[in-house]
Write a protein that binds this ligand. Structure first.
Ligand code: SAH
Length: 206
């Protein structure tokens, strides 16, 4: 997977490639899909949610430009897979999930595998995680229409925010927003397809 789908598709950061080689992706997907865990496609993780294809996980991680000392926020814990990758590349990882069953399951999976610098919280990612801010890097793995203000405010100076932006049902753009002198610098990266970010109180995504 690492050579064919990641290095082969242009992922260059050796530390990201190493982390992707270390985390056992099959332990984060539904049992029925374990045999497919290392293909380059998204997979179901329960509750109508999916884990992104390995290339997109690697790309988003590479864009965060982690050196090892950062405090990182992830929105959309899902299975905990992306958080596990981040935990190998940063000092502390905080991750917020809105679906209770997924948050519980991810907590167990991550603790069981010994990823002890990850903290999972059940909550609404639109609000970020004020108590733990500022974050050197923020990665959003569900798609809102625009950058939620609390997330921008919780980003440290020189921090990087990676986020798929789009209207529900429409195509999305993966965007990197960097905070420089308090201002936004936006880079358009590529087209992507994520589940829409839910508002608190909304039901399960069909
Ligand atoms: N990063 C995950 C995959 C994310 S799928 C992994 O590695 O497995 C997107 C996740 O975002 C889903 O679990 C979904 O429930 C969650 N989500 C959607 N809206 C959210 C919100 N407002 N706050 C927090 N999580 C949200």
């Amino acid at each position: 997977m690492v050579e064919r789908d990641l290095r082969g598709q242009g992922i260059r950061d050796e530390k990201v490639l190493q982390a992707m080689g270390k985390v056992p992706r099959h332990l984060f997907v539904d049992e029925r899909h374990r045999a497919m865990a290392y293909g380059n496609y998204p997979l179901p993780i329960g509750e109508g949610q999916t884990i992104s294809q390995p290339y997109i996980v690697a790309l988003m991680t590479e864009l965060l430009d982690l050196k090892g000392r950062e405090r990182v926020l992830e929105i959309g814990t899902g299975s905990g897979y992306q958080a596990a990758i981040l935990s190998l590349l940063a000092r502390e990882v905080y991750t917020v999930e809105i679906i209770p069953i997924l948050a519980e399951r991810a907590k167990k999976t991550l603790a069981g595998l010994g990823y002890s610098n990850v903290t999972v919280k059940l909550g609404d990612g639109f609000l970020g995680w004020e108590e733990k801010a500022p974050f050197d890097a923020i990665v959003v793995t569900a798609s809102p229409e625009k950058i939620p203000e609390p997330l921008w405010n919780q980003l440290a100076e020189s921090g990087r925010l990676i986020i798929p932006l789009g209207r529900e049902g429409k195509s999305q753009r993966l965007v990197r927003a960097t905070k420089k002198g308090g201002k936004r610098r936006l880079e358009d990266v590529t087209g992507v397809l994520f589940v829409p970010m839910k508002r608190a109180g909304e039901g399960r995504t069909p």
